[in-house]
Design a protein around this ligand. Structure first.
Ligand code: ASP
Length: 589
């Protein structure tokens, strides 16, 4: 068949909308050849567009049957025909158009196509590098189309919601100055100003605070942010945030703004969120779950066992407690029956997560059993089993050491087991606010404190008096929203007082000079009547991935980069011409 122009041909319907009500209509459908079935004297063509698939049948006309037989998957065609009710035995309840088919009157080839490197119609697995290289084809597949559509629905819902709540969407610059979010900047050399650079924003943080100073009251933006980090599996060098800032904000006001939005997003997939969400101080999150983004779907809370082993000579726990550390453990439900090798495997896992050792205990028939029974003493083991409420079917695992390290090691083991035991129900949505984060984090190698969130975060009022005397103990008015073990949003109440902001820079060992150079404009702005304010940013990619049931954010980003920060389709990054380098006053070697 020869390729023909579209001319004035207009589609009457999409491939996803015809039903019994359309029986007898003359229609024009435009789309891609999804599947072909050749039955000799008749031929079926499944025609696809973003809206769905419609079955087209060619029969009683050898030239038409032959025309369909000459097509190939992914050819672009126009179909002209009549809607007909399908015979009851050929109704396909799985697709929206499954009750009808289109009897073909004419087919026009609008464009042909090379054989794709992977089939579009069949949803089988394809290597991710191949999918990314041919992203235009990957995006034709139904899973990716569904993800893009849901992402669109989510962003529309977000815009509608914030508009209703009196927020203004305001754009902030992409070519700007460094914002300290703790990552490396992507820099853009200036041609006009030799040896000077713009930074791509790590977030609009400073600008949104300035918008509050400007009296704009409530700001939001769906915005790209750029962070040049060593990429972990789940990071992208450019990612999207739903960024917001509120004047006269308190934590409760920020939470009350975000919680109904989460509910509205879940309603897009037929779910709902129960709010208000739980709130958990950071210290408790670490102590109970060994993580600052705990997954609440699987129980198995960590418990403190220091008291149980207080009088016990068991060497590893004795050493930990004498050094001011901790002994903690958790109960694995139904694991009393673990075999020798399963118990050994648990010990191995704990070592991989950094433990020096893991001790188990159980009491299937009431009498405690544990490899540490003799050295630790039966009373101590019994007290530990009691403290952890370990039933006859269960197994208690315990470890000792420094508090934080012991908690996070057990936390990793907890999550690993929860996944293995299928305890993380994908249909449950457990939201949690983690609050009262430490303000600073000690950097051992650099012998200094670094901010935990960013340097504009306010300290808890009750802790502010200790800023100079006991910096490490100060907690921040920072909060994270956690959903099923993923941090999906983070923010804080900000410093709105210039003197406090200067003190924080000083405590972070940012000199007055450096502060002036980096944030001088912002420090100046703070002096002109800054309202108390606070905000948050939602990681849109992760939030949408959860809605889509995808584990990788790459599956909800149209054109993502690989874990090596490469765009396999466009071939970026790439070298540039010597002329471009000269114009930018740059030299490479
Ligand atoms: N700018 C912060 C971030 O990107 C969010 C916030 O504090 O609002 O994580």
């Amino acid at each position: 068949m020869k390729i023909q122009p579209l001319e004035r041909l207009a589609r009457t319907h999409t491939c996803g909308e015809l039903g019994l009500d359309d029986d007898g209509k003359e229609v024009v459908l435009l789309g891609w050849v999804h599947r072909l079935r050749d039955l000799g004297s008749l031929a079926f063509l499944d025609l696809r567009d973003r809206h769905g698939v419609t079955q087209v049948i060619a029969r009683d006309n050898p030239a038409l049957v032959e025309a369909v037989q000459s097509l190939r998957p992914e050819y672009v065609v126009a179909v002209l025909g009549t809607v007909e009710r399908r015979a009851p035995e050929s109704v396909n309840p799985k697709i929206r158009t499954g009750e009808i088919e289109v009897a073909l009157r004419e087919v026009r080839l609008l464009n042909d196509a090379k054989t794709p490197p992977f089939p579009i119609a069949d949803e089988g697995p394809v290597a991710e590098d191949t999918r990314l290289k041919y992203r235009y084809l990957d995006l034709r597949r139904s899973r990716m189309q569904r993800n893009m559509i849901l992402r669109h629905r989510a962003t529309m819902e977000i815009r509608k919601y914030f508009d209703e709540q009196g927020f203004l969407e305001i754009e902030t610059p992409m070519l700007t100055k460094s914002t300290p979010e703790g990552a490396r900047d992507y820099l853009v050399p200036s041609r006009v100003h030799p040896a000077e650079f713009y930074a791509l924003p790590q977030s609009p943080q400073i600008f949104k605070q300035i918008l509050m100073i400007s009296g704009l009251d409530r700001y939001f933006q769906i915005v790209k942010c750029f962070r040049d980090e060593d990429l972990r599996a789940d990071r992208q060098p450019e990612f999207t945030q739903v960024d917001l800032e509120i004047s006269f904000a308190t934590e409760s006001l920020v939470f009350a703004t975000i919680e109904p939005l989460m509910d509205r997003l879940l309603r897009l997939i037929g779910r709902a969120a129960k709010y208000p969400f739980r709130r958990l101080p950071y210290a408790e999150a670490i102590a109970k779950y060994g993580s600052d983004k705990p997954d609440l779907r699987c129980g198995m809370e960590l418990v403190g066992l220091a008291e149980a082993f207080q009088g016990s000579p068991f060497p590893p726990f004795r050493a930990a407690l004498d050094a001011g550390g901790d002994v903690r453990g958790f109960v694995i439900p139904g694991a009393a029956k673990y075999s020798r090798s399963q118990l050994d495997e648990l010990g191995e896992l704990a070592k991989q997560f950094g433990a020096s050792g893991l001790v188990w205990a159980r009491r299937p028939e009431g009498t405690p059993q544990s490899p540490a029974l003799k050295t630790a003493g039966e009373d101590a083991i019994r007290a530990a089993l009691d403290a952890a409420a370990c039933g006859p079917e269960d197994l208690l695992v315990m470890a000792g050491g420094r508090h934080y390290q012991t908690c996070t090691m057990l936390g990793q083991l907890r999550l690993h087991l929860a996944k293995k035991m299928n305890l993380l129900d994908p249909d449950r949505f457990e939201f949690l606010w983690v609050v009262d984060f430490p303000m600073f984090e000690w950097l051992e190698e650099e012998n200094r404190y670094e901010f935990m969130h960013h340097p504009f975060t306010a300290p808890l009022e009750s802790d502010a008096s200790r800023l100079e005397a006991d910096q490490g103990s100060v907690r921040a008015r920072a909060y994270d929203l956690v959903l099923n073990g993923s941090e999906i949003a983070g923010g804080s109440i900000r410093i709105h007082d210039q003197a406090l902001q200067r003190l924080i820079f000083r405590l972070l060992k940012i000199s007055d000079e450096e502060a002036k150079l980096r944030f001088g404009f912002f420090l100046d702005a703070l002096e002109y009547g800054t309202p108390p304010h606070g905000g948050i940013a939602i990681g849109l990619d992760r939030a949408v991935a959860i809605l889509c049931g995808e584990s990788s954010i790459r599956d909800v980003i149209a054109f993502p980069k690989t874990a090596q920060a490469v765009d396999l389709m466009a071939g970026a990054p790439s070298t540039v011409s010597a002329k471009q380098l000269r114009e930018l006053h740059l030299k490479t070697n």
